[in-house]
Design a protein around this ligand. Structure first.
Ligand code: PMV
Length: 286
């Protein structure tokens, strides 16, 4: 029997613009998914397609038990975390000797297959290695870890990443002279943010600008706007949509002392908040 866990993730900057080769920053966050794998000749059926694909691609058979602190389908990378943790547990249980790089690559291949080509390597890379990662095109660079106090607000409004990506693509086709400069500006905000990582006030301002630009390309939602405004009004340095938008989650950067006030105010709008911080470990043997 082998148990491995993997963290969730948030986009701190640059979502959507990364699809067009601009820089983006994602960070692994504390809530984790733990997966136990046990050799078995008669594994139960009706598991998630991600788990099915982990077994199929490695050619082994086993049973799986999952415990998750991460809400699924909310843009916090739960499918990537389940996939990476399952692969790491399979590797241990069946002595396959996967390196971290192999886990990240295999997890990405599985996400791509299950999601029919629509996957970015961001989630699988971040959940496997942990920490903060700068993504530009195909390249990924780990940035120095920062002890951010983050509040994630799950709007509980369902959304679809592929639909939001499609929406931006259509807007860009219709109005390239408007949308392209906004995507460039998102990239510029990301670069500015990287230089301000240890200055929370400035970083918060960068988040606010990034949020406005995401709204401008049409991936906002009234529930997300309400959460962002509530977070700022109750003491956050800054707040923005995280991930695909149109529903799903936002993230606020807070001073330590304001965490519970901000989270409480966000919950009072009908959302579900998660107080969290960086995860620097990535996949971990339990
Ligand atoms: O909602 P999430 O975490 O899956 O984020 C999507 C981020 C996008 O930039 C919109 C798409 C992508 O593949 O990078």
């Amino acid at each position: 029997m082998a148990t491995w866990s993997a963290p969730g993730k948030v986009f701190l900057f640059g979502e959507h613009a990364v699809v067009y080769g601009k820089p983006g920053v994602a960070m692994a966050i504390k809530p984790r998914v733990a997966v136990t794998v046990r050799k078995s000749r008669n594994p139960p059926h009706a598991r998630s397609p991600y788990i099915e694909e982990c077994f199929r691609s490695t050619g082994v058979q086993g049973s799986v038990y999952i415990r998750s602190q991460l809400p699924s389908s909310s843009g916090l990378g739960s499918s990537a975390a389940v996939t990476a943790a399952t692969l790491a547990a399979i590797s241990e249980e069946f002595n396959l000797g996967f390196t971290r790089e192999e886990v990240a690559e295999r997890a990405y291949a599985i996400e791509k297959k299950v999601q029919k080509g629509r996957a970015s390597p961001t989630d699988t890379y971040v959940t496997t290695f942990g920490g903060i990662v700068l993504i530009t095109g195909d390249s990924k660079r780990r940035l120095p870890p920062q002890n951010f106090h983050l509040i994630i607000g799950n709007s509980l409004v369902s959304h679809s990443t592929s639909k939001m990506v499609e929406h931006v693509a259509q807007e860009r086709q219709r109005n390239p002279e408007i949308i392209n400069p906004i995507l460039d500006a998102i990239g510029a905000v990301t670069m500015k943010a990287i230089k301000s990582m240890n200055k929370p006030q400035q970083l918060g301002q960068c988040m606010d600008v990034n949020h406005a630009l995401l709204d401008a390309i049409g991936v906002g939602h009234p529930a997300l706007s309400k959460l962002v405004l509530t977070a700022r009004a109750t003491g956050a340095f800054g707040a923005k949509i995280t991930g695909a938008g149109g529903g799903g989650c936002m993230v606020a950067l807070c001073p330590k002392h304001a965490k519970s006030r901000v989270a409480g105010a966000m919950d009072a709008t009908g959302a579900r908040s998660i107080i969290t911080t960086i995860d620097t470990e990535g996949i971990r043997r339990e």
